[in-house]
Design a binder for this molecule. Structure first.
Ligand SMILES: [Cu+2]
Length: 109
């Protein structure tokens, strides 16, 4: 259950909680893996134009607490795929700090 995660992160999530996909994330009841709540999350990111962009985003996302390696980034698709149980706000901040825009968030597995 991700309810416990929700309760813990709720105070920091006000700006993200208005999107249906975010609410779905916290209603997700995937089984835990190795004692960790692990999800696969697809992020749509605007502004990446080359391999350097992809590497910057990849390293920034990989450094976020709760993200498990490897992080997949596609410039062509304008997206990144991360797994683990990261704080959504921290993922968003990591993307923004690199100069890109996180436009959507989808739990794919
Ligand atoms: Cu670039």
């Amino acid at each position: 259950m991700h309810g416990s995660v929700f309760e813990r992160l709720k105070p920091r999530l006000a700006s993200l909680l208005d999107t249906p996909s975010m609410l779905a994330y916290f209603r997700c009841t995937h089984p835990t893996r190795g004692g960790m709540e692990a999800l696969v999350i697809k992020l749509k990111i605007e502004g990446m134009t080359c391999g350097h962009c992809a590497m910057a985003v990849k390293q920034a996302l990989a450094a976020v607490a709760g993200v498990q390696a490897p992080v997949e980034v596609s410039v062509e698709k304008g997206e990144a795929v991360v797994s683990g149980s990261p704080d959504p706000q921290a993922l968003k901040a990591a993307v923004v700090e690199e100069g890109y825009v996180l436009t959507s968030w989808t739990v794919v597995n």
